[in-house]
Design a protein around this ligand. Structure first.
Ligand SMILES: Cc1cc2nc3c(=O)[nH]c(=O)nc-3n(C[C@H](O)[C@H](O)[C@H](O)COP(=O)(O)OP(=O)(O)OC[C@H]3O[C@@H](n4cnc5c(N)ncnc54)[C@H](O)[C@@H]3O)c2cc1C
Length: 376
């Protein structure tokens, strides 16, 4: 019997398989797509994640960002240098995610792609995982199957706490390598923003909304923005993708099964950052399973607590900031982004040097008093 089956080969599943294989655990990683697989994503990653891996993740960094530029309806710009020594990473998800899977395989993990899990059921002390007409047995299970994956529901985790954001992304090739500025536009989109991130051979351009379920004209908004930005792109290709954003603390363990990454709704509800929490949760899940197999009965419950402490506490503040900021974004922009220190703080959050809890009370106080007549 295997020690663990990991379902999904995104950053959460790749990280879990890597850290389990590194501890000599027998792990099988099942991915429904053919690897390397494409993933719609802007690919911005905090360099902070490098310290969680022995392998050289920097070898798959495509470009770096050391400057942020914010605008409101294409005007009123604010710029900031990133404070960290190392630029914010820009990665290509097919390469980045696959690199991690290959590293896990080098350490002994078994990888099967084109393997869509069709059912899971508890069997004795472990799990029976079905892929079409094949079945695999394991002592533990990690659901890393992302925002659209079925495992959380199949495993009986409460589904009512799933909150969805949505985002579209497209790559726009350029004849020359763009500079190292990431652009964020807040005024055109209700409850969200447009981004332009530099890649080695062009831009990743996208749009996301984080609150409410209103139908958003992503295509029309991007058309307006790109005309102002001076770039043309074929917008026929854009499709909205769901993101499971953090919406409150919830147990991430059930029996000997754990949820990681977007399957655990860990994505930042203010910025949509999901790669860092996916890598973190994959690593912490692997550590917990390693301890559980070694006999620690509290290890899996400890995983839920650890993620809450190391990520959820900060996300609780991100959720509050998001709800205040996106409710009245013009005020949010004036009070939250245009303050002299604000872009620096935002940059520090993105690279992982600051936690939302370090700035949240002040930011929320400024934003909420900004709404009150006579208080600005
Ligand atoms: C447009 C867009 C832009 C984004 N930009 C950023 C960004 O710049 N920075 C950032 O940090 N985050 C960004 N995100 C969020 C980030 O992409 C996700 O949070 C991240 O991919 C989550 O990783 P994961 O491993 O949990 O899930 P995923 O990367 O979604 O991987 C899940 C995997 O599970 C597989 N799977 C699903 N069901 C099954 C099954 N039944 N059997 C087998 N395999 C299965 C899927 O095929 C998939 O490969 C963006 C998201 C979107 C949509």
């Amino acid at each position: 019997m295997l020690d663990c089956i990991v379902v999904g080969a995104g950053p959460a599943g790749g990280s879990a398989a890597y850290h389990l294989a590194r501890r000599d655990r027998q792990v099988l990683l099942l991915e429904q797509a053919q690897l390397p697989r494409q993933k719609a994503c802007a690919g911005g990653v905090s360099p902070q994640v490098a310290r969680w891996f022995d392998c050289d993740l920097r070898s798959v960094v495509d470009h770096g960002v050391d400057r942020l530029r914010f605008t409101w309806k294409l005007g009123d710009p604010v710029e900031a240098e990133l404070p960290s020594e190392e630029p914010f990473w820009m990665v290509r998800r097919d390469r980045f995610d696959h690199f991690l899977v290959e590293q896990a395989a080098n350490l002994g993990a078994r990888i099967e792609d084109g393997a869509a899990v069709t059912a899971v059921s508890a069997e004795g002390d472990g799990w029976l995982v079905t892929v079409g007409d094949r079945a695999y047995r394991s002592r533990t299970l990690i659901a890393a199957d992302g925002a659209r994956g079925p495992l959380a529901q199949w495993l009986g985790f409460p589904s009512q706490k799933r909150r969805y954001a949505q985002a579209c992304e497209l790559d726009v090739p350029l004849p020359a390598r763009p500079d190292s500025t990431a652009h964020f536009e807040f005024g055109l989109v209700r409850n969200g923003y447009i981004w332009v991130f530099p890649k080695s051979d062009g831009y990743s351009i996208g749009i996301g909304t984080f609150r409410g379920n209103d139908a958003t004209d992503f295509r029309g908004l991007l058309e307006t923005y790109l005309a102002g930005f001076g770039v043309s792109a074929d917008l026929d290709r854009i499709v909205p993708h769901p993101l499971c954003v953090w919406d409150g603390s919830q147990p991430l363990h059930r029996g000997s099964a754990l949820l990681v990454g977007e399957a655990a709704s860990l994505t930042d509800p203010f910025t949509a950052e999901g790669i860092r929490p996916a890598l973190l949760s994959g690593m912490r899940a692997a550590e917990a399973i390693d301890r559980a197999i070694a006999g620690d009965r509290n290890a899996l419950a400890g995983y839920s607590r650890t993620i809450q402490q190391e990520w959820g506490d900060s996300m609780a503040w991100a959720k509050r900031i998001s709800s205040v900021f996106y409710r009245v974004p013009n005020l949010g922009y004036q009070i939250g982004i245009k303050r002299p220190t604000a872009p620096q703080r935002m940059a520090q959050i993105l690279v992982g040097e600051l936690d939302y809890s370090d700035i949240a009370t002040r930011v929320i106080r400024r934003l909420t008093t900004g709404f009150l007549p006579g208080m600005r």
